[in-house]
Design a protein around this ligand. Structure first.
Ligand SMILES: OB(O)c1ccc2cc[nH]c2c1
Length: 230
């Protein structure tokens, strides 16, 4: 999978050189490139923003630098997916992460700043690629970079070969629509707190049943909206 990120803060993504995603880059499993939007400006001040039509506070990102960047990065065959982090987007979920990981092999992340990107950019881009506007949650960040980082990690880890043991992806929160069960490791008794006996029983069927019960109970308590009869 190739991932391109366009931002005015390219240094923000230097963290993608470490950990699992960094290793995947070194192994050419993930082909990840970060671009400075100002590379596509033409004026002496490398301007990327201007005042909003209709008035109001803040500035809006100019359309032309974005169009120049996307013209350079989007695949001519229309197979790219343009991912736009925005508070006004569709809530990002594990299902969307799975969909992006399995149906797109080229993602371009457009990280906005200020009050956002001129809306015409996405109208223009929609004839050149799939445009997906996604929200990290019902709160507002100062720009798209933090959201893009979270989305890139959630998608990147699902790409085959990135996570060493694919089994570890199966029993995670949201993978089966439920929150994950509580996990424990040695010692069996710690500061007066004991690991549930069933986990020490060696009885796999009972362990499996207990873990599912824990998932349902935790989901009902913390995220009842995820339960099928919600
Ligand atoms: O909260 B967010 O996900 C988000 C995304 C993009 C921009 C651009 C300016 N503010 C933003 C906030």
């Amino acid at each position: 999978m190739r991932i391109d990120i366009v931002t005015i803060f390219p240094e923000f993504f230097s963290v993608l050189d470490v950990s699992l995603l960094g290793k995947a880059r070194q192994q050419n499993i993930l082909d990840l490139h970060v671009h400075d939007l100002r590379s596509w400006t033409t004026d002496r001040h490398r301007t990327v923003d201007d005042t909003p039509y209709g008035g109001g506070a803040g500035m809006v990102m100019k359309p032309e630098p974005w169009a120049q960047a996307l013209d350079a990065l989007l695949r001519p065959d229309g197979s790219s997916t343009l991912v736009v982090p925005t508070p006004a987007g569709t809530p990002f979920t594990q299902a969307i992460a799975r969909s992006l990981a399995s149906t797109s092999d080229h993602l371009v992340f457009a990280c906005g700043r200020y009050e956002g990107i001129d809306a015409r950019v996405f109208e223009w881009a929609s004839s050149r690629c799939s445009v997906v506007e996604l929200s990290l949650g019902d709160y507002v960040l100062n720009g798209g970079e933090v959201a893009a980082m979270a989305m890139i990690e959630a998608v990147g880890r699902l790409v085959p070969g990135v996570v060493g043991n694919p089994e570890s992806l199966v029993e995670e929160s949201h993978e089966d629509g439920l929150l994950e069960y509580p996990s424990y490791t040695k010692p069996a008794s710690w500061r007066g707190f004991d690991v549930p006996d069933v986990l020490l029983s060696g009885h796999h069927a009972r362990v499996g049943a207990w873990r599912h019960e824990q998932q349902v109970e935790r989901t009902r308590r913390v995220r009842p909206d995820l339960l099928p009869d919600a």
